[in-house]
Design a protein around this ligand. Sequence first.
Ligand code: SF4
Length: 386
Amino acid sequence: MQVSELIKNGDKTLQQIGEKIVAGERITPAEGVLLFEKGSLSYLGMLANYVREKLHGNKTYFNRNFHIEPTNVCVFSCAFCAYSRLYAHREEGWELSTEQMMDIIRGYDNKPITEVHIVGGVHPKLNLAFFIDLMKQIKAHRPSLHIKGYTAVELDYMFRKAKVSAEEGMKLLHEAGLDSLPGGGAEIFHPDIRQQICADKVDADGWLNIHRTAHMMGMHSNATMLYGHIEKFEHRIDHMERLRQLQDETGGFNTFIPLKFRNKDNDMSHVPESSVTEDMRLYAVARLYLDNFPHLKAYWPMLGRQNAQLTLSFGVNDLDGTIDDTTKIYSMAGSEEQTPAMSTAQLVTLIKQVKRQPVERDTLYNEIRDYSNVEVKDIDVDPSLN
Ligand code: SF4
């Protein structure tokens, strides 16, 4: 059946939105909200899958990475955060020294890892100079390792404390070895919600300015959105609209990563979590709204493996990486994945089970290896594959 047949809908407004999407036209914020309000799971999924396959066919990307979380001590108190500990209670948390972090890096010597992802709490004593030194040491040890590090929240605090502008601070980190930025700390940009869930950290304009600054220096970055708590559909679209505008301006974003709110052990434990259906609808609308973002990622440690697999039919074309049990952010918030690690063979299997094409990428989406014709049993025995 032609897609023009599939987009026929009893609701004329939904059909018009579907026609725009198939014609490659941009949808408006009001149309984005309407998709959330009225779009059935199947209609949204069909449209999102159409866009996903137009952009990427069956390709589903993953990478081989690990995380370093320097500390969970944090000057902020975001209501949804189960991970951080205030400085006054730092004995309940952790603070890694440079040497401890370099030991982690050295632990991956001779392993075909392409990326280290460094994010953590905003520690009042771990300053810009400390992290510049860490960047230099990592690059001196393994120059080819891509360093994706520091949320805009961490950077904003680091730069303010060092009394440097975003441009100066970013230049110093970039020259020391920082290659790109992750997308964390965005949460929900709209002040009505931001005030309630993370009032004291950098606001929307500050977050966007840090990413704009990185993009202007030729660095790429990702963007997240924490969804499924107290925000309304309008707030989600407002969030994505701000990202879409910045992407029009700079083109520096690679990937949008929706992050599902989890309610264990935080100050929002009374707020129910979103259903899997609502998760899939969100992924689909994100794929349709962010027409200038090349990639949409499902972060499997937060969603769980089977749900991550499901997202591949709702616009997602990237499943992040092997991770190697090196993050605690979502396990502490109640995710089913308490020790998140997947071997390459497991990731490839997950992707092949839903008849997609597993492709290993680097951080910037250069393709490293297509696993379509690689047998999973060979991945287990060949160290270069695993
Ligand atoms: S979400 Fe980040 S900034 Fe907020 S309290 Fe947790 S670690 Fe700190």
